[in-house]
Design a protein around this ligand. Structure first.
Ligand SMILES: Cc1ncc(COP(=O)(O)O)c(C=O)c1O
Length: 461
């Protein structure tokens, strides 16, 4: 501890570490929270304070924060081969078997796996492959990509451009041209009063078609979507949404790119979100849950027509001109294979299906009398609780009041990690949780909610 009360880690961090998604002034005022230990779904900070992390870190640590088997799998692989790459036809046994496992698990029959090291790289890779695919069929003008408002697809330049969030564009002059957005399938905010779910879906599909026609179908390469929007506010699509959207895409020869970075590996109560929402994609991006984020592994699983395009484009002897040094890393592949083996042994998908409805019900019961909770929604083990100024009308709080962030701060003080997405509070806990963890999450949320309501009433926030 330094004389000003700061720990040495905190002082060093403040002096040298530029943080992601953090307000610099708040960081220098409050210091960072130094996490030193994991214990299942809990983390412990440098002062010994314990938190239940109801966000699995960043929607990723499905096995919690100290699974010993993953460390052992990494250590064993480091003994044999600590690194090798996948350029120039090289591979390693762990990457080869993982590539097969991912094709089998995703059901992408006769497809292939391309390895990368982050969700953003995976999504960028899908865009490059979509360009290559259309060019290989004599349609090189098909380059634009349609994403949705409120989408999050990552932080590299193309991935940020596909985000439908102003915070990902503001400082950087993004989006790049050619990355456009259509309506968000948000049942609570975008569906009109009196509009049935079927009418809402028809309107979303019609709006997509209108956008395609106004941009020119010959200019559009792909549509990208998460099965269930995560970072944009936990938004499961209305019933029949992807079926309607995919009819429009097929009509105009537009590829469907499935961002499974959050939804993959059990999160929605199926192995992949596509199965929860009835999506039939041409490519899928995988990250986070693939190793429970114990190693930076990510992948794109592609359908046979994409494989055929890469092959035909390079039939003259050229090489596929894309790749990353640390992709198909033998240690990462060993950790991923072990993670998936643990998911299968624990039947993690079944646990998400069992715990999800329990979490939902307890959230509903805990918030049913709150004057500031407008909506509780979600699927599998991902839920959102939207805070509103007026429960009856759904009137939103003014964004400048940052009510969601204030509730998240109060939760944090009470030992609960949640995420505020505007005024929606997100819950995406490790998939290993049991009912006692659900009770802890909901109990701590109730305290934070009551404190927030009190502060609003007292006009102190
Ligand atoms: C849906 C989705 N796609 C892509 C990404 C980007 O992944 P990464 O941070 O590994 O680049 C994220 C990150 O949170 C995400 O939520």
């Amino acid at each position: 501890m330094l004389s000003n009360g700061q720990s040495e880690t905190n002082a060093t961090d403040l002096a040298y570490h530029l943080h992601s998604q953090t307000n610099p002034q708040a960081l220098s005022r409050d210091g960072a929270c130094v996490i030193v230990k994991g214990d299942g779904p809990h983390v412990i900070d440098e002062n010994g304070k314990r938190y239940i992390d109801a966000m699995a870190g960043l929607w990723c640590a499905a096995l919690g924060f100290n699974n010993q088997r993953l460390g052992k799998a990494a250590a064993a692989q480091y003994q044999d081969l600590g690194f090798y790459h996948s350029f120039y036809g090289r591979t390693n046994p762990k990457a080869a078997s993982l590539s097969r496992k991912l094709v089998e698990l995703t059901g992408m029959k006769d497809g292939r796996t391309f390895f990368v090291t982050s969700g953003s790289e995976a999504n960028e890779t899908m865009v490059k492959l979509a360009w290559l695919y259309h060019a290989s069929r004599g349609k090189p003008t098909k380059r634009k990509v349609i994403a949705r408002d409120r989408a999050f697809h990552g932080s590299t330049i193309v991935a940020s451009s596909m985000c439908g969030l102003e915070m990902m564009h503001r400082e950087f002059g993004l989006p790049l041209s050619g990355f456009i957005h259509t309506l968000c399938p948000n049942n609570y905010r975008v569906r009109l009063p009196g509009e049935s779910e079927a009418e809402f879906v028809a309107r979303l599909a019609a709006e997509l078609e209108r956008l395609i026609l106004s941009e020119g179908p010959d200019s559009i390469a792909a549509f990208i979507a998460e099965p269930v929007i995560a970072g944009g506010g936990i938004l499961p699509p209305p019933q029949g949404y992807f079926e309607a959207v995919q009819k429009v895409l097929a009509k105009y020869d537009i590829l469907c790119l499935d961002d499974e970075v959050v939804c993959g590996f059990g999160r929605t109560g199926n192995w992949f979100g596509r199965d929860t929402v009835g999506m039939v994609p041409d490519m899928m991006s995988l990250a986070k849950g693939i190793t429970s984020s114990y190693f930076p592994v990510a992948a794109v699983v592609v359908s046979p027509k994409i494989v055929a395009a890469v092959e035909s484009y390079n039939a003259g002897g050229t090489a596929f001109g894309h790749g990353f040094t640390n992709a198909a890393h033998p240690v990462g592949a060993a950790v991923a294979s072990e993670t998936i083996a643990i998911y299968e042994e624990l039947d993690i998908v079944a646990n998400a299906r069992k715990m999800g409805p329990i979490l939902r019900e307890k959230l509903e019961v805990a918030t049913k009398d709150s004057p500031i909770v407008g909506d509780v929604r979600g699927v599998g083990l991902m839920y959102g609780v939207e805070l509103v100024e007026d429960r009856a009308t759904g009137l939103a709080f003014s964004p400048s009041r940052t009510i969601g962030a204030r509730l998240a701060d109060k939760a944090y003080e009470n030992g609960l990690v949640v995420r505020a997405m505007r005024d929606t509070i997100g819950f995406c806990p490790p998939l290993i949780i049991d009912e006692s963890h659900v009770d802890e999450i909901v109990g701590k949320l109730s305290i934070a909610l009551a404190e927030t309501e009190k502060a609003i009433k007292a006009k102190s926030i």
